[in-house]
Design a protein around this ligand. Structure first.
Ligand code: FMN
Length: 419
């Protein structure tokens, strides 16, 4: 009923306030053109320079690992139960003591601003607006302090190893994170070596960043990307820049790349995890776990979250898909730790598959970059709404009335690994 003195505009506002997430007119408008993330991926190269799209989309080697992640998720099938509910279930969850709107998060990414200028802040703002976790990559394009200002309620931080001078930089990063009220600290363990991603290498992104004439030509034919560059500025490794000595700005990018190469020296070792655990006061997760024994090791050191990941297929092609390793890891530590999963998530259905097999939440990397490429600044918000909408429909379809109830489902999972 129309409120007295109201008008059509007020009516619409009131209606929107009561509509579930994802049902706003803007969401519906984009949905016509991008009904699934597949369409976002297909459209993104029209707006993003080729070298930048290749950086976002590539896997290690010839992409076999990326394909395996997708196929493994596609092969997980659920037996539904009917007659129990006819409404879309709520999908709010609590992770590490904080309530979030959905068990879906933004995975940490280095250099996303190459793909879409301003990407880090745009994803963080969208995550804050939707109340889902946002993880800043330490090799990302915004500082810890910038993200704390725009995403104070959902801010997680990922660390790589900076071992030189007895972890002076790593500990300084932790102290900055503590001051910025970062909610969860994540240490990445799955990059002990450097590997080659063929598509980005072939596109001109070598060990250092130099704009070749070909890359320049690719940029000038992408006006939306150029406008975003004007609006948001040149991509920088902002959090690391202050340690690199260089300015980290237009002329300092390679200073930071050289610094990272010289100072990082592989991924964290377990004794280092223990030292960081001692220093960091909040909850901590270990990212890149694929073996239940490694999950148990992490939990024995006081780690609260196990992040099952193969880096989205970007390290080597021969790693097992995360969804296939998940059940054994959940069985080993699921009662003692929060289980997160990423690598290959392309829909709310994939999130449901992860929940059904023991994850508490699923994280998303590449498809946020596809969304930015296809829809620019609106991309991250649209993708979050799309995945939440799909998750609610998927849970409703199998008869689960909450994310936790997905675990009751009977699952056909031919790839499941027995350890
Ligand atoms: C462009 C790009 C950069 C990434 N950089 C990092 C990083 O700096 N640190 C990290 O822990 N993971 C990084 N990842 C891996 C993601 O955190 C995540 O594990 C992966 O993207 C999930 O798989 P998906 O892309 O299939 O969703 C990166 C992924 C992409 C696509």
């Amino acid at each position: 009923m129309r409120a007295r003195g109201g008008n059509a505009m007020d009516d619409m506002k009131v209606r929107q306030a009561f509509l579930p997430t994802g049902q706003t007119p803007r969401f519906q408008h984009y949905l016509q053109y991008f009904p699934t993330s597949f369409y976002l991926r297909r459209h993104a190269p029209r707006n993003v320079p080729r070298f930048a799209f290749e950086y976002a989309d590539t896997g290690a080697g010839d992409d076999v690992g990326v394909r395996h992640n997708w196929e493994a998720l596609d092969n997980v099938k659920i037996v539904p139960r009917y007659g129990v509910t006819s409404v879309l279930p709520p999908v709010g969850v609590e992770l590490f003591g904080t309530k979030y709107a959905a068990p879906i998060g933004v995975a940490p990414m280095g250099g996303p601003a190459i793909v879409w200028p301003g990407a880090d802040v745009l994803m963080a703002k969208a995550a804050q607006a939707a109340r889902i976790p946002y993880t800043l990559g330490v090799a990302g394009g915004a500082t810890i302090e910038q993200i704390a200002a725009v995403a104070p309620d959902v801010f997680w931080l990922q660390l790589y190893r900076f071992a030189k001078n007895d972890h002076k930089i790593g500990f300084d990063l932790i102290d900055r994170a503590q001051r910025a009220n970062v909610k969860v600290l994540t240490m990445t363990l799955d990059t002990p070596v450097r590997t080659t991603r063929s598509r980005e290498t072939y596109a001109g992104l070598g060990r250092e960043f130099h704009v070749t004439p070909r890359m320049f030509r690719e940029m000038i034919v992408r006006p939306k990307w150029l406008l975003a560059l004007l609006r948001h500025g040149y991509p920088r490794f902002a959090t690391m820049a202050q340690y690199a000595g260089g300015r980290g700005g237009k002329f300092g990018t390679n200073d930071v790349i050289r610094f990272a190469r010289d100072e990082m020296g592989g991924a964290f070792l377990w004794d280092e995890v223990a030292r960081y655990r001692d220093r960091w006061k909040g909850p901590m997760t270990i990212k890149g776990i694929l073996h239940p024994a490694d999950a148990e090791k992490a939990v024995s050191l006081g780690i609260e979250g196990i992040w099952v990941s193969n880096h989205g297929g970007r390290q080597i092609e021969a790693l097992v898909p995360t969804i296939d390793a998940l059940p054994a890891i959940a069985a080993a530590v699921g009662k003692k730790a929060t289980i997160l999963l990423d690598s290959g998530i392309r829909s709310g259905q994939d999130v449901m598959r992860s929940l059904a097999l023991g994850a508490d939440a699923a994280f998303v990397g590449k498809s946020f970059l596809w969304a930015l490429g296809a829809l620019g600044d609106d991309g991250p918000g649209q993708l979050i709404d799309l995945y939440i909408d799909e998750l609610r429909a998927s849970l409703g379809q199998i008869g689960a009335q909450s994310p936790a109830e997905a675990r009751n489902a009977k699952v056909l999972h031919p790839g499941r690994i027995e350890f």
